[in-house]
Design a protein around this ligand. Structure first.
Ligand SMILES: [Zn+2]
Ligand SMILES: [Zn+2]
Length: 257
């Protein structure tokens, strides 16, 4: 299995980078986790497109390019019509969002196959098996665990610290985890993101093979990496365009990124 970071910018936007979009490939199966602004234009530079998009939640930095996928088919510049998997209840949320801006969910249904995943059962896409657990972020936010032939990857989505994270990341070969905030840097009302220390503590508790930190402002990446490595040595940064082998047992990083 391998992970390619199409975009991993923070929600505030990193210069020249796409927002959340992570390509997971194994043999002939390819899926995209999240589809934030800037992801589609980069995906379209590749030879093949993934067969499915799986959304962790519906914040704009994770879903913004879904509309571009539709408009590209509509204007005849793309034939890519992936299956799109929404969080439970996500269809209603998406419909309400679209109605508020005078669109209808029918425009997505016309070109894409929209479905909701469930936490009670695994989702099989090609050779990959996906499971999901609710996180603490919005009412419709989920982490995604992807199991393959011989390796596993867990993507935190966006979340505040929560027990589900370590439970579902347990033993994963690669843990792709957000580290959006500095201590005390969350929205004032409530916690909705993780610090690098919290991501690393979770990685250690879950005994993952490797931690890949993501969703970080570009200027803050090095500091977050150092913060995490003090707790969990096998930590790297998610960087746009980079590919990461997901293997079991995970070998140490060969470069100091
Ligand atoms: Zn986000
Ligand atoms: Zn979010």
């Amino acid at each position: 299995m391998r992970l390619t970071v199409i975009g991993c910018a923070s929600a505030s936007g990193n210069p020249g980078e796409a927002q959340s979009g992570y390509l997971v490939e194994e043999r002939s199966t390819a899926i995209l986790l999240d589809c934030g602004p800037g992801v589609l234009e980069r995906l379209r530079l590749r030879e093949t497109m993934p067969e499915a998009i799986v959304l962790s939640h519906l914040h704009p930095d994770h879903v913004g390019d879904l509309y571009s996928v539709v408009f590209a088919v509509q204007d005849g510049t793309s034939t890519w019509r992936p299956a799109v998997y929404l969080p439970p209840g996500g269809r209603t949320v998406l419909d309400e969002m679209l109605r508020a801006i005078e669109l209808r969910i029918g425009i997505l249904d016309a070109f894409l196959s929209l479905r909701e995943y469930r936490t009670a059962s695994a989702l099989a896409i090609g050779s990959l098996t996906l499971t999901f657990a609710r996180t603490v972020h919005t009412a419709h936010s989920y982490l995604i665990r992807v199991g393959g032939d011989a390796a596993s990857l867990v993507y935190s989505g966006d979340t505040a610290p929560c027990p589900a994270l370590a439970t579902h990341a347990r033993g994963a070969d690669l843990f792709l985890c957000e580290a959006t905030i500095v201590e005390g840097g969350d929205v004032p009302e409530r916690r909705i993101h993780l610090t690098a220390t919290e991501a690393a503590t979770t990685a250690r508790e879950a005994m993952v093979g490797e931690l890949v930190l993501t969703h970080i402002a570009a200027a803050q990446r090095d500091a977050r990496l150092a913060e995490a490595r003090a707790i969990f040595g096998a930590t790297r940064l998610a960087l746009p365009g980079e590919t990461y082998a997901v293997q079991s047992p995970t070998r140490p990083a060969t470069s100091d990124r």
